[in-house]
Design a protein around this ligand. Structure first.
Ligand SMILES: Cc1ncc(COP(=O)(O)O)c(C=O)c1O
Length: 369
């Protein structure tokens, strides 16, 4: 695209998605193919050779994701965890140290604790919402990477990305932001100084609970090349149909996120007035400790709301089992409302760890309707 930089919705619909030059198809076709005919040995058409290395449907998704996050390069993976794994194995060496949030997504914690620790990459959970705590941790032991989520899953804490980017630049660490909960519509961490963004595209980007995927977007093209090398070497790529489904979701991301944000605020307000609720965790509420930073760095407060109930874990589990309209299930980001009990479901992998989530906590994913 030429001329002034298009708006978010235009990029979501057009970036990487020019009409197919051969047929004029207005959306990129699903190139459900493993290999590509060569015009003589090494004579590749458009650079395509074998779909693990590159596939045109995946390229379209990657170009779109790079445009939406304002990155130099995006890579699409088979899942969010595959994206995290490829990024970490690209930027870390045995002996490196990583700071992670003390309320990280359970799967991310498991990757550090049960997989990367075995390869001598150490980690330390830190309250990353507090830049002073991060500074102290970096002074005590230099880190190769500071890994954050904002808002976090499931406690909805907010991290000041600009403040941490400055700290990381001064300490020679890379700042990685898991932007799954915000989506690129609400927040662009690279513009705030982060080095890499990861997504579980399974969530808001895909948006319809029908595909699992992940992405890494980076500001530095050289880092993008190294990631592409490891992605091809290890192979956890997004398949063509999954890439196509994700792109189809992305085209309506803006309107979906606007409605998610509106509905989540109404749900949070209603819960805050409920006598059995002891706390509502939603960055859009003025009393949320991260409200001001969220208002500064996000274009909306997102669709996720967590709450704590008076009757403890037993009541939280009981509530999760008797809702109407809200379906009991893991994941988020689709069009339907979901409810879950993080301690026993999405975050069971952090039970009895320093990252364990409270038993009286319920997580809601507000729907479009
Ligand atoms: C914040 C966050 N990051 C990463 C992931 C992992 O993504 P996936 O399930 O697509 O592997 C999840 C999954 O729930 C998540 O919520």
């Amino acid at each position: 695209m030429t001329g002034p930089r298009p708006g978010f919705e235009t990029l979501a619909i057009h970036a990487g998605q020019e009409p197919d030059p051969l047929t004029g198809a207005v959306v990129p076709p699903i190139y459900q193919v493993s290999t590509f005919a060569q015009d003589g040995v090494g004579g590749l058409r458009g650079g395509y050779e074998y779909s693990r290395s590159a596939n045109p449907t995946r390229t379209a998704l990657e170009e779109c994701l790079a445009a939406l996050e304002g990155g130099a390069r995006a890579l699409a993976f088979a899942s969010g965890m595959a994206a995290e794994d490829c990024l970490l194995r690209t930027i870390c060496q045995p002996g490196d140290h990583v700071l992670i949030p003390h309320d990280a997504y359970g799967g991310t914690y498991r990757l550090f604790d049960k997989v990367l620790a075995g390869w001598n990459v150490s980690y330390r959970p830190v309250p990353v919402s507090d830049p002073k705590a991060v500074r102290h941790a970096l002074e005590e032991k230099p880190a190769r990477v500071v890994w954050v989520e904002t808002p976090t899953n499931p406690l909805l804490s907010i991290v000041d990305i600009t403040a941490l980017a400055e700290l990381c630049a001064g300490a020679g660490a890379l700042l990685v932001v898991d932007n799954t909960f915000a989506s690129p519509y609400l927040q662009n961490p690279l513009a705030l100084g982060a080095d890499a963004v990861v997504h579980s595209t399974t969530k808001y980007l895909g948006g319809h609970s029908d595909v699992v995927g992940g992405a890494v977007v980076v500001a530095d093209p050289e880092l993008g090349e190294r990631l592409a090398f490891l992605q091809n070497a290890t192979g956890a790529v997004a398949g063509p149909f999954d890439a196509w489904l994700t792109m189809r979701g992305i085209r309506t991301l803006a309107v979906r996120m606007d409605r998610h944000c509106q509905n989540a605020l109404r749900v949070a307000d209603a819960l805050a007035a409920h006598p059995r609720v002891t706390g509502v965790l939603y960055p859009g509420l003025p009393h949320h400790p991260g409200h001001e930073i969220a208002a500064k760095q996000m274009r909306g407060f997102g669709g996720m709301v967590s709450l704590r109930v008076r009757g403890g874990e037993a009541e939280a589990v009981a509530v999760c089992g008797r809702t109407r309209v809200f379906t009991l299930g893991e994941s988020l980001g689709g069009v339907e409302s979901l409810i879950e009990h993080p301690a026993r479901m999405t975050h069971a992998s952090v039970a009895e760890s320093p990252l364990a989530v409270p038993g009286d906590l319920i997580r809601l994913r507000s729907a479009l309707g």
